[in-house]
Ligand binder design. Structure first.
Ligand code: ADP
Length: 515
C-alpha cells in the first residue's frame, strides 16, 4: 500500500507496520507535489494565444519533474472529442449560480498521453463559437460563465478526490478560485492544506464586470470592498486573484516591473504594489517539441542550425502558397498575431506606406479587431506584389510563415512575455521588436562588428523612427555571412520549459512552506 500523504505536510505514517505513531519526515524536495493547473485555454484543445501554448506545455514539464499535475478547462465547442479522445467520466458537479443550481459534467483526456486533462461541460455556457466572445465582441455573460467554471473547478477536485497542494490559476477567468478558497471553502477540511498561485499573463484583460453579477457568485458581501475584489465599483476577477492568491507570478521579469506602473498595470498598479512581496516574474518557455524546424511536420522541409538549406525551401513553398513573386535575395517579413492595439498595429499602420517602399515583402496572419482587419484587407489590394494578409487563425500556416520568413515584426506596445519571437528565433527568423516586457528579456540586440545578438530592438522613445531600424535590418540581410551568424545566434538560444518549470516548483514549495 502506498504511503498516505497528507496535504502539504512532509510526514506520513506507514500502514501495516504495527507501529502507529512513528512519523517519518521526508526532506522537502523528495515529495512530489499535487498540482491542479487551471486555465481558460489549453493547446491543443482550445487556444486563442500564448496562454494556450503555456498551458499545453508547462504541465508536461512539471510532470517530467515527477509531480502529479492535472489540468482543467471548460469544454468549449472547439474541444474535438473524437480527435482527442475526450471521454465522459460519469461525474457531475453542482454549482450555485444566483438562485439556481447549474450542473457540469466532467470529461477527461490526456496531454501527450500523460497528463490528465479535465473538462467542465456545460452547454449553455461553453458550447459556443468562441472561447470568450465572437465577432460581435465579448460574450455578455462572461462573468457568469467563469463564476461557474471557477467554482466548478473546486467541486471537481472533490468529485475526483484530488486534494491539490497547489491550485495554479491563470489569468482573470480563474481569478475567483483563490477568493473561494479564502472564503466559501476556508473551513472545508478538503482544502485545508491547499494553496493557490495566480499567474498574470496579461494585465490588459482584467475581467471587470458590473456589480450586479456579484450575487451570482455566492461570495460573501464582505469581500466586495476596496480591500477585496471591488475595483472602482466593478466586480473584478483579476483583483480577486491578486488579493487572495497566496503567490502571484507573471511571465517575465521585465513585465513584473512594468505592471507596477499605471500604464502597464492598467490602473491596477496600486494593488500590485500593495502585494508586490508575493509577486515574481518567471519567463515562459518555448515548446520545442511543437516548435522546432528540425522536427516540425507542418513545414515543407525540415532544417536546423547545421543545415539551413531547408529554410530556403520553406520560403519558396510559402511564397508559392501565397502567390508572391520574390527573389531569394529579397527579404520576407512576417507577423503572426492577434490584431489588437497591444500588438503595436497602429505603429505599423502609421508607417505602412514607408514599409511598402522597402525592398521587401510583408505577410500578416492575424485576426482580431475589425478596424485592423479592414485596413489590411484594403492594403493587400493596393500592394498585391508586396503584401499579403491572411485573415484567420491557422496553426499550421503559423508554423509555415515563421519557417518561411526572414524577419518577424513585433512592435507590441507591451508584451508580458511573447512566445512568437522565441519560436522565430528557433526557426532562424530574425525578430525586430520593441524593447518591452518579455521581448526585452529574450532578444539581444545585434551588435555590428561583433556578430553578437539575436535581433533588433527599438525603445518606445524611438518608435517614431522604427522604420530606420527595420531598414538597418533589411540592409544587413544582403550581407549573407553576417545574416547567417545572426540567424544562428538566435537558433542556438534555449528557452525550453525545463528551467521555468523548476522555478515554478521552487515557488510552489515556498508557497506551501509559508504557514
Ligand atoms: P499573445 O498570447 O499575446 O497572443 P504570444 O506571442 O505569447 O502572444 O502567443 C501567440 C500565440 O498564438 C503563438 O503561438 C502564435 O503562433 C499564435 N497565433 C497568434 N495569432 C495567430 C493566428 N492568426 N493564427 C495562428 N496562430 C496564431
Amino acid at each position: 500500500m502506498p504511503p498516505k500523504q497528507s496535504g502539504s505536510s512532509n510526514s506520513y505514517i506507514p500502514d501495516n507496520t504495527g507501529i502507529e505513531s512513528i512519523a517519518i519526515t521526508l526532506p522537502n524536495m523528495a515529495r512530489p507535489l499535487k498540482i491542479m493547473f487551471v486555465s481558460p485555454e489549453v493547446y491543443p484543445f482550445a487556444k486563442t494565444g500564448g496562454l494556450g501554448d503555456v498551458s499545453g506545455a508547462l504541465p508536461l514539464a512539471l510532470k517530467q519533474q515527477g509531480h502529479d499535475v492535472r489540468v482543467i478547462l471548460p469544454k468549449y465547442r472547439s474541444v474535438d472529442e473524437s480527435k482527442r479522445s475526450v471521454q465522459p467520466m460519469g461525474l457531475t458537479v453542482a454549482v450555485p449560480i444566483g438562485p439556481e443550481v447549474k450542473h457540469g459534467e466532467l470529461y477527461e483526456a490526456r496531454l501527450n498521453r500523460t497528463v490528465p486533462v479535465y473538462f467542465v461541460d456545460q452547454d449553455n455556457y461553453f458550447d459556443r463559437e468562441g472561447l470568450y466572445g465572437n465577432t460581435d465582441g465579448d460574450y455578455p455573460d462572461n462573468a457568469e460563465r467563469f463564476i461557474f467554471f471557477d467554482r466548478a473547478v473546486l467541486e471537481a477536485c472533490k468529485a475526483l478526490d484530488f486534494q491539490p497542494d497547489i491550485i495554479h490559476c491563470n489569468d482573470w477567468p480563474t481569478g475567483l478560485i483563490p477568493c473561494y478558497l479564502k472564503t466559501t471553502f476556508a473551513g472545508d477540511p478538503f482544502f485545508k492544506t491547499t494553496r493557490s498561485v495566480f499567474s498574470i499573463h496579461n494585465m490588459g484583460y482584467q475581467g471587470n464586470f458590473d456589480e450586479r453579477y456579484f450575487p451570482l457568485a455566492h461570495l460573501p458581501w464582505k469581500v466586495f470592498t476596496i480591500e477585496g475584489i471591488e475595483f472602482y465599483g466593478f466586480f473584478s476577477f483579476m483583483k480577486a486573484g491578486l488579493v487572495y492568491g497566496d503567490r502571484l507570478t507573471t511571465v517575465s521579469k521585465t513585465y513584473s516591473k512594468e505592471i507596477l506602473t499605471p500604464e502597464n498595470g492598467f490602473h491596477m498598479d496600486g494593488v500590485l504594489r500593495q502585494y508586490q512581496k508575493k509577486l515574481s516574474g518567471i519567463l515562459n518557455g518555448a515548446d520545442y517539441v511543437k516548435w522546432d524546424p528540425q522536427t516540425d511536420s507542418r513545414i515543407k522541409t525540415r532544417y536546423g542550425p547545421k543545415s539551413l538549406k531547408g529554410k530556403k525551401e520553406c520560403k519558396k513553398s510559402l511564397l508559392r502558397k501565397l502567390s508572391i513573386k520574390l527573389t531569394e535575395e529579397t527579404p520576407l517579413i512576417c507577423m503572426v498575431t492577434r490584431l489588437s492595439q497591444q500588438k503595436g498595429i497602429d505603429l505599423l499602420i502609421q508607417n505602412f506606406v514607408e514599409l511598402m517602399v522597402q525592398d521587401a515583402a510583408l505577410v500578416i496572419l492575424g485576426s482580431g479587431e475589425e478596424r485592423y482587419e479592414t485596413f489590411f484587407m484594403e492594403q493587400s489590394e493596393i500592394y498585391p506584389k508586396r503584401f499579403r494578409y491572411i485573415n484567420g487563425f491557422d496553426e499550421k500556416l503559423a508554423h509555415q510563415i515563421i519557417a518561411g520568413s526572414d524577419l518577424l515584426l513585433m512592435p507590441s506596445l507591451y508584451e508580458p512575455c511573447g512566445l512568437t519571437q522565441m519560436y522565430a528565433l528557433r526557426y532562424g527568423t530574425v525578430p525586430v521588436v520593441r524593447r518591452v516586457g518579455g521581448l526585452a528579456d529574450t532578444i539581444k540586440a545585434f551588435q555590428s562588428g561583433k556578430n553578437q545578438g539575436t535581433g533588433f530592438l527599438f525603445k518606445t522613445s524611438e518608435a517614431d523612427d522604427w522604420i530606420s531600424l527595420l531598414q538597418k535590418a533589411l540592409d544587413l540581410f544582403s550581407k549573407k555571412k553576417v545574416w547567417k551568424s545572426l540567424m544562428l545566434n538566435g537558433m542556438k538560444q534555449d528557452f525550453s520549459w525545463e528551467k521555468s518549470a523548476k522555478e515554478y516548483v521552487r515557488l510552489y514549495r515556498r508557497t506551501l512552506k509559508k504557514d
